[in-house]
Design a binder for this molecule. Structure first.
Ligand SMILES: Cc1ncc(COP(=O)(O)O)c(C=O)c1O
Length: 392
């Protein structure tokens, strides 16, 4: 079949494809340990479920306003003010979308086009390349090093900057590495981007899943940030509500209005009941205890996962400071030749453990494992991985 140039190079999300394959194998009767998915395993908080149910019962099921229902947009402004240094108190700079994914698509489509280059530090979340390419711009990967804790620096960015550089993606805590950028480096990068008129799209979906404090630093904590900054966050991770599809972009009102116009022509708005669920969760008195409890459980699982993976020859997985993944480097032994796609394939076929290879994140030679699954599931998965790598 002939497809348009818009989608000629488009492939399905690598992580979603692996998760779908693991589900299929399980349906065929295999014993599958799925460590590939990108979602926490907690149920939706009760207050959110109630918020959606109450809105539906009250008949609030018409088309929502394109940028989001007022309760949610105002709730996001309050939430940001309470959990970061974000100061504006009106919601003109907030656009609610069907997840951060739609937010990123809106923004890339509005800001970038043919001939533009967008810097993407690796390892990166698998969809960043695709979304830049859908806007017909060119993703430019900026490599970082495992031995340096995947630290990003202005020097690394500057080395890739050209006169066509229009944008930069940031993602802290990072999927897949869990690495967190401190405020100092965020300040340096904001100053550099401001000087060169480069848009920063800061994907902060894991900001609250940070284990050395309540929140990882946000671009909104940078006092002298330039005007060309947008931060994205949502309900999928910290509130464990990925299926509700609620995310938001927060930035200059002029850009938000254009992105909203684009959304009005594509999806109209994020689903209304989901917006009321999110609004109820953000406004609830128990909000911080919900997030805090998730963080406490995840921290315990993170420590257990880290301990369970220690001493496996040919697999070096450091303790991540944020997010929900162990990102381990493969060694050069017989069992782990550094070809992570082949290793992930063998692990799945031979042991039934689904992981995501580093190829999906622009860094071959690594494996990503979701540590947020229930304790016994990770324990069984790490036992099978250890046996596969040939240790006892
Ligand atoms: C870094 C990152 N950004 C965005 C998303 C998607 O977020 P949403 O569910 O809000 O579309 C994910 C999901 O895995 C992610 O890991």
């Amino acid at each position: 079949m002939h497809f348009s140039d818009n989608v000629a190079a488009l492939t399905p999300s690598a992580t979603l494809a692996i998760t779908a394959r693991a589900k299929k194998m399980r349906a065929e009767g295999r014993s599958i340990i799925d460590l590939s998915a990108g979602e926490p395993s907690f149920p939706t908080p009760e207050v959110a479920a109630e918020g959606a149910a109450a809105a539906v019962r009250a008949g609030r099921t018409g088309y929502p306003p394109t940028p989001g229902v007022p309760e949610l947009r105002e709730g996001i402004v309050r939430y940001l003010g309470e959990t970061s240094s974000y100061a504006p108190d009106d919601p003109a700079g907030v656009l609610v979308s069907a997840g951060v994914k739609q937010g990123l698509f809106n923004l890339c489509f509005c800001l970038f086009g043919e001939g533009d280059e967008v810097l993407i530090p690796a390892p990166f979340w698998t969809s960043y390349l695709a979304v830049v390419e859908l806007a017909r711009a060119r993703p430019v990967v900026v490599q970082t090093k495992f031995d340096e804790g995947f630290a990003l620096s202005v020097d690394r960015l500057e080395a890739q900057r050209t006169e066509n550089t229009k944008g930069l993606f940031l993602n802290s805590p990072s999927n897949p590495s869990g690495v967190v950028m401190d405020l100092g480096i965020l300040e340096d990068i904001c100053a550099w981007a401001g000087e060169h008129g480069i848009w920063i799209l800061s994907d902060e979906i894991y900001r609250r899943l940070y284990f050395d404090g309540d929140s990882a630093p946000s671009v909104f904590d940078v006092k002298d940030r330039p005007g060309h900054v947008v931060a994205l966050d949502g309900m999928s991770k910290a509130f464990s509500m990925p299926g509700w599809r609620i995310g938001w972009s927060v930035g200059p009102p002029e850009l938000i209005r254009k992105a909203s116009a684009l959304q009005s022509q594509t999806t109209s708005a994020a689903a209304g009941p989901s917006q009321y669920a999110a609004a109820a969760a953000l406004a609830s008195e128990g909000r911080e205890s919900i997030v805090g409890e998730f963080r406490r459980i995840l921290d315990r699982r993170r420590q257990a996962a880290h301990a369970a993976l220690q001493g496996i020859p040919g697999f070096d997985a450091p303790l991540p400071p944020g997010a929900i993944y162990m990102y381990g480097r493969l060694g050069s032994g017989d069992r782990a030749p550094g070809d992570s796609a082949a290793v992930a394939e063998s692990l799945l076929v031979e042991t039934g453990v689904a992981t995501v290879p580093g190829e999906a994140f622009g860094t071959p030679g690594f494996l990503r494992l979701n540590f947020s699954v229930e304790d016994e599931i990770f324990a069984e998965g790490s036992d099978r991985i250890r046996a596969w790598f040939g240790s006892t």
